[in-house]
Design a protein around this ligand. Sequence first.
Ligand code: C2E
Ligand code: CA
Ligand code: CA
Length: 744
Amino acid sequence: MRSRALLVAGGVVASAVAVSFGVASSRLEDSILQAEQVAVDERAEDAVGWLGDEGAALVGAARDYAEWDDTWAYVRGESPDYLQTSLTPETWPNLRLERVLLATPDRVVLAQRWTEDGAVALTDEEARHLASLDGGAAGWGLVKSPQGALMYATVPVTRSDRTGADGTRLVFARRVDAALPAAERLARSALVLVPPEGAVAPAPAGRVVGVATVSAPGASGWRVRAEREVRPPTAALQALVAAGLAVGGFSLLTTLALLDAFVLRRLVRFTTELAAIRDGERRRLSAEGDDELDRLGQGVNDLMAHLDVAQARLQEQALHDALTGLANRTLLHDRLEQALARARRSGRKVALLFVDLDHFKMINDHLGHPVGDRFLVSVAERLRVGLRPEDTVARVGGDEFAIVLEDLATLDPAVRAADRVLQALRVPIVHAEASYEVSASVGVAFSEPDSTVQGLLSAADTAMYAAKQSGRDRSAVYDAAMHGEVMHRLELHRALRLAIHNGEIGVWFQPIVAAADGQLVGFEALARWLRPGVGPMEAGGFVAIAEEASVVAELDERVLELALAHFAPWRARLPRLVLTVNQSARRFDLHDLPARVRSACREASVPTEALILEISEVLHGPNEARWKEGIALLAQSGVRLALDDFGAGCSSLGRLRESVALLKLDRSFVEELEAGREEVACAVLGLAGTLRLPVVAEGVESEAAAARLRELGCAWLQGWNFAPALPPEEAAQWVIRAAARPPA
Ligand code: C2E
Ligand code: CA
Ligand code: CA
């Protein structure tokens, strides 16, 4: 930029000087030409003036002779030697006379050139001129002759007292061409007399021509042509112009030099410095002064400082989780990479803990995302407790966290860290005066010398998964076998999802009978996975998988529909027949469950009072409050509920009393009863009696147990002693048989 600017400015100055010089010279030449023209015109006028003077002088000289008595006498023939005495040879050059004429109106008395004697014939021009003259007045005129222009002065001849004029005239002729050089000195010009019929020659190159008209009566039409050389502008003038331009050019160049020193050079330096900064050098623009450029530089420095801060902030944001401030997945990968590299050098180990919160989705869904976020922040704080500063804690998903522990010699510290995490999370989190328990499943994986980041992550993930499967709220350390199990499990998830979608889910029915007389009172619908080529799979084998794969709600919905469809005609035959259908706790999360259930009944033409939904007392979780609310809603809507597996769970009966219509005594107590330990069964049945709740005993496998339960006041019985879960066709036979049997 700088060299270009200097080059351009230099070029502009140089051409400006050249153009100015040319223009100034030509203007100078023009004005000189004008001045010369004025001068030469004046010279021509001067020459005309000079001619007038010359004419007047010649007329004066002629008058001396014309008013002289000797001349008068001569004309009268009275003074024959007049010519010898009066017009002596000296007279001619003295008066510069070319010719003398003396004429009466009718004849020429004397016509003489000074070198010749005697009369001389008049030329035509002379004759015309004389003829044109007014006989009475003196005057002068110009006549063309072979010798050049002749000036004729004519004066009437009189006596010395000026009397006796009779038309006789004395004429003196003088060559004015010869006299013009004198005028030329005066005018410093070449002067030429041009006769009336002659043309004025144009000015030759390098000269100017001026013309003035002679105004004397005898010379009318004559002009004086003056010619003069044009002097070119003098070197001095040119030098003056050149000097002026040189001063101008110099000051411009000085300005340029100053501009260069104070601005351009510094701009070039700024550019170089900026290029260095762009190439990664950490420096500032050198701008220590206080002028505009310095301030510009300081402005750029400030801007770059701001950019640095913003960049650092962006980097921080790019590598950290916005909610918890923990490292994000990207940073975790980075740290793991470095940790593995260090471990390879040191021969020590890296542990990766993968922490997945149990049932966190429910917190989010039921308490709202802002509460869920506060929950996660509090979890993040707890995860950091007990770790070394160099350990990395990252949030890698909604409710998934990872912890990297480095520089381990044995596995113990990592296992202890996993326990610490579980312990820390078990402390309930309080929100809106209710406390929520959060638990997590933790997978622990250790590095091998050839571990990759991806390998370690997937091992920890697998271990976490195994921990979840073995009941959550625990940790599992990865081993090679785990991988196969987990893969198998994942394959099952996929297959079950497809099965629900493809209609491979069927329903079997287990009869429930009256304890008193063995009469059929209803059926429990139990899901069966009708896998092609495998045979029906019992619900116990896949319901947990459906829970894990989060498809249990769809499963329940499907089973309810199918069960109602089969049950409708049976109920038509036995109007007091009851259908119980198992529902997972997840279903109670649905606000619209009562509406769905009622519409399913309507669709199957089964009255709602024929349906009892079984909910397991073993169910628990952070959303307990929520599903209890759902249960209450259902009960209010007229759908009856049974408390399944009663006695085996955490006895939520107290709180569910209002909603529950039926208790299902858990099979384990019936088993105990059969083994002779009947305390719990008695207590449960006693409690049910007090609450006036009917009880179904589950898993009744023998007649003895049935008899004992009957004695203890159990109303209904269910179990292999009567029938296992039956395919719909066989259950239909039960209905037909019961319908045929007369009521007891
Ligand atoms: P549950 O509700 O306690 O169902 C009774 C289970 O005990 C059934 O197993 C049944 O076949 C079995 N059983 C019945 N009588 C006897 C007996 O005398 N002795 C023994 N040892 N077992 C007996 P199943 O069908 O494998 O169901 C297992 C569990 O799966 C059920 O326990 C229930 O909690 C769940 N389940 C079944 N169907 C569904 C369903 O459609 N949705 C949901 N969410 N869960 C279901
Ligand atoms: Ca059940
Ligand atoms: Ca049960």
